[in-house]
Write a protein that binds this ligand. Structure first.
Ligand code: PEP
Length: 251
């Protein structure tokens, strides 16, 4: 069954104390509620273990925002998928456009990270999306297909079934510009079709495809009302309970 998921991406925000307070606040706000979606928070590496210990992880999943493309060893400063899993985190965000552009993460590197994440029992939230020039040139379908094929299409059907996709048009991330619900639906349906052309239709039907890009309390309801939009990956609006909770309640 396809899951609805609302995932926060805190990026490089909050000190450890602030992050734990934010996570505890969300935990408290959800205590007596039964959200109609899975809830995930993507914290900095330094916060993972403390946040996971401070909240009800059956109710709120914890995600890292990255992991290394190496298993272990002499890679100073890197954090492996096994280390992430050992904190209690269950998810890892991979291929975010900020990592693709600032840290030059290629399809090949991301393929390795996805494989390591899966081997360590983590659910990858795999981000794809076009930049503005590509959208304006009508190349957005092609771009997302290449990103999916380049990093995910060597996975077995069983492993592919564990992937969550986040479609994030780069022109909408942190800009206040959101894709319209119709634009999101159009490309999400296309992504699902691309998956169905490689794997079985049921695998495509069961894949959660999240929208990301300036999603907020005001636009979440319309976006998630679309049949192929299964939730959201939320940056800015995940940094306060006040802004994040109404997005969770959009379902
Ligand atoms: C993101 O970073 O994944 C994101 C969607 O950010 P924002 O919601 O701030 O646009």
């Amino acid at each position: 069954m396809r899951k609805n998921i609302i995932a926060g991406n805190w990026k490089m925000n909050t000190t450890l104390c602030e992050g734990v307070e934010l996570a505890k606040g969300l935990n408290e706000a959800l205590k007596d509620k039964s959200p109609k979606c899975d809830v995930v928070i993507g914290t900095p590496f330094t916060h993972l273990a403390t946040v996971a210990a401070a909240i009800d992880t059956d109710k709120i999943g914890v995600a890292a925002q990255n992991c290394a493309d190496k298993e272990k060893g002499a890679y100073t400063g890197e954090v492996s998928a096994a280390m992430v899993a050992s904190t209690g985190a269950k998810y890892v965000i991979l291929g975010h456009s900020e990592r693709r552009s600032y840290y030059h993460e290629t399809a090949e590197i991301l393929k390795t990270k996805v494989n390591l994440a899966l081997a360590n029992g983590l659910t990858p939230i795999f981000c794809i999306g076009e930049v503005l020039e590509e959208r304006e040139a009508g190349k957005h379908f092609e771009v997302v297909d290449e990103q999916i094929k380049g990093s995910l299409f060597e996975l077995s059907p069983e492993d592919f079934s564990k992937i969550v996709i986040a479609y994030e048009p780069v022109w909408a991330i942190g800009t206040g510009k959101t894709a319209t619900a119709d634009q999101a639906q159009e490309i999400h349906a296309h992504i699902r079709q691309t998956i169905a052309s490689k794997y079985e239709q049921t695998i495509a039907d069961n894949c959660s495809i999240l929208y990301g890009g300036s999603m907020n309390a005001g636009n979440a309801k319309e976006l998630v009302s679309k049949p192929d939009v299964d939730g959201g990956l939320i940056g800015g609006a995940s940094l306060s309970v006040e802004n994040f909770l109404p997005i969770i309640e959009a379902f």
